[in-house]
Ligand binder design. Structure first.
Ligand code: ZN
Ligand code: ZN
Length: 388
């Protein structure tokens, strides 16, 4: 499965423990550049027994021990203690993961979205093991762009056609002890932000993306469809930017969380007949778009945040008749998200429902998939008590 036009380094290794002790072999390893960028791993660590240690020939030092990871296979999510330990490629830095958050995208991946196989996880905080931020607590943008194409040149690395995406597309993610990411993707996490809250930077950046796509005028009337975690972040960000925000959701206990922050709420199923300038669909449901279109005024804007593994059966005629603009919205800028968290302008701690040690990752996925679940975190450093 190795494309022949890709550079591959052959490494000569000698096994220094285990039943194959003393054996000398050449292993293909290293970094594959280009569109299909990902690690090609030495094949011996794919067996059920990890190589405990290998000694390189002169000029090369290798430490291919297994690490703990959650792996998405055809059978679903599995916990493995012997997943190959990643080595950084050119321009990459290895991160020792501290905390990672399970998000709805991860549940969608497990349901078949994007056909991803490997280690999921894209909302995380860790400690950089190299580069200018070595030793610092960091968060990472998730799109790994080529830096050479027309989209990258326009400043749109998130749309680089050659990109990989951490834990989503052609790049192992953060539900593991270690992850390697491009140095340029890293941001230091300020001391004001407790490490476990760093997992919210990525989804909060996605909330800030909306303001970069549409004009949020002061007093603009917006409806956030969905009372989940992303809705909670988006409502707060839109209000910070001057919008009037109403939230519609189906879980009374979650709507109460919005009410506590002063947001007017509407229970799902009710329709006041009010039409909004902007409706943001973050329901996570395939029916969210149709409902958003129903609740936006003519010539209004629907912002679509929901991605699902399912496709829609839906008649878009109202979009034409009411001349509605639909804006797809994905990843966003990290800087304002970090600044808003550091200044305490955005409340996130109440979202954390439970923190699982990595070994209990399969149970953590089950907990995250429960209807109405709060944010489930994985702690790589061992057991942590729930901070919520
Ligand atoms: Zn996510
Ligand atoms: Zn590119």
């Amino acid at each position: 499965m190795l494309p022949l036009d890709q550079p591959v380094t052959m490494l000569a290794l000698e096994v220094i423990s285990g039943t194959t002790e003393g054996k000398r072999r050449f292993y293909p390893t290293g970094y594959l550049a280009g569109a299909n960028r990902r690690w090609f791993r030495p094949w011996p660590v794919r067996t059920s027994r990890p190589i405990i240690a290998v000694r390189g020939f002169p000029g090369f030092i290798a430490a291919t021990r297994g690490m703990r990871a959650l792996v998405l296979t055809d059978q679903g999510i599995e916990y493995r203690a012997d997943y190959p330990d990643p080595e950084p490629g050119p321009g990459e830095v290895r991160i020792r993961v501290l905390f990672a958050g399970i998000c709805d995208t991860d549940l969608q991946l497990a349901a078949g979205y994007m056909g991803f196989r490997g280690v999921p996880g894209h909302e995380f905080v860790g400690v950089a093991e190299g580069g200018p931020l070595q030793g610092k607590t960091v968060v990472s943008e998730i799109n790994c762009a080529c830096g050479r194409c027309a989209y990258c040149a326009r400043g749109w690395p998130n749309h680089c056609p050659h990109r990989s995406v951490l834990g989503i597309l052609n790049h192992d993610g953060a539900f593991a002890d270690y992850i390697c990411v491009p140095q340029v993707n890293l941001h230091a996490l300020p001391d004001e932000i407790p490490a476990e809250l760093g997992v919210f930077v990525e989804p909060l950046a996605a909330a800030f993306e909306i303001g970069g796509q549409i004009d949020i005028q002061p007093g603009i009337r917006t409806l956030v469809l969905g009372d989940g975690k992303l809705g909670y972040l988006i409502a707060q960000v839109l209000r910070l930017q001057g919008a009037e925000v109403t939230v519609l959701g189906r879980h009374p206990h979650k709507l109460a969380r919005f009410q506590a922050l002063g947001f007017p709420t509407q229970p799902a199923g009710t329709d006041s007949g009010e039409l909004f300038d902007v409706v943001v669909d973050c329901t996570g449901s395939p029916t969210g778009l149709a409902e958003a279109v129903q609740r936006v005024r003519p010539r209004g804007t629907v912002v679509l945040k929901t991605t699902t593994a399912q496709s829609l059966d839906w008649n878009p005629a109202p979009v034409v008749i009411n001349e509605i603009t639909i804006v797809g919205s994905r990843c966003g800028p990290f800087r304002p998200a970090i600044a808003a968290l550091a200044s305490g302008q955005i409340e996130v701690r109440s979202l954390i429902e439970q923190v699982f040690p990595l070994e209990q990752g399969v149970q953590a996925f089950t907990a995250a998939a429960r209807t109405g679940a709060g944010k489930i975190l994985l702690a790589m450093g061992g057991s942590h008590s729930t901070s919520a």
